[in-house]
Write a new protein. Structure first.
Length: 68
C-alpha cells in the first residue's frame, strides 16, 4: 500500500521508526519510516468528528519524510 497524494493527508508525524499520516477521510495509516513498508491502518471515523473540512498542517518545507 503506497501513499496517496500529499493533499489527501491533513497531518503526518514520525515517531521512532514509524511514519503516521491522517487522511481527510479519517484514516490513520502507519508505515515503517526506514523501509517505507505499510504497517497498519485504522479507521478513525466517528459521528462526532469530520476531518474532511480541515486544512493540511505542514511542519517545515518541504515535507521531507513524505517525499521519500
Amino acid at each position: 500500500m503506497g501513499m496517496e497524494e500529499r493533499t489527501t493527508y491533513l497531518v503526518t508525524k514520525t515517531v521512532k521508526d514509524k511514519f503516521f499520516a491522517l487522511s481527510n477521510k479519517n484514516i490513520l495509516t502507519t508505515w515503517d519510516s526506514l523501509t517505507g513498508k505499510f504497517k497498519n491502518e485504522y479507521n478513525a471515523k466517528t459521528d462526532k468528528i469530520d476531518f474532511s473540512k480541515y486544512k493540511i498542517f505542514r511542519y517545515g518545507d518541504p515535507d521531507l519524510i513524505y517525499m521519500k
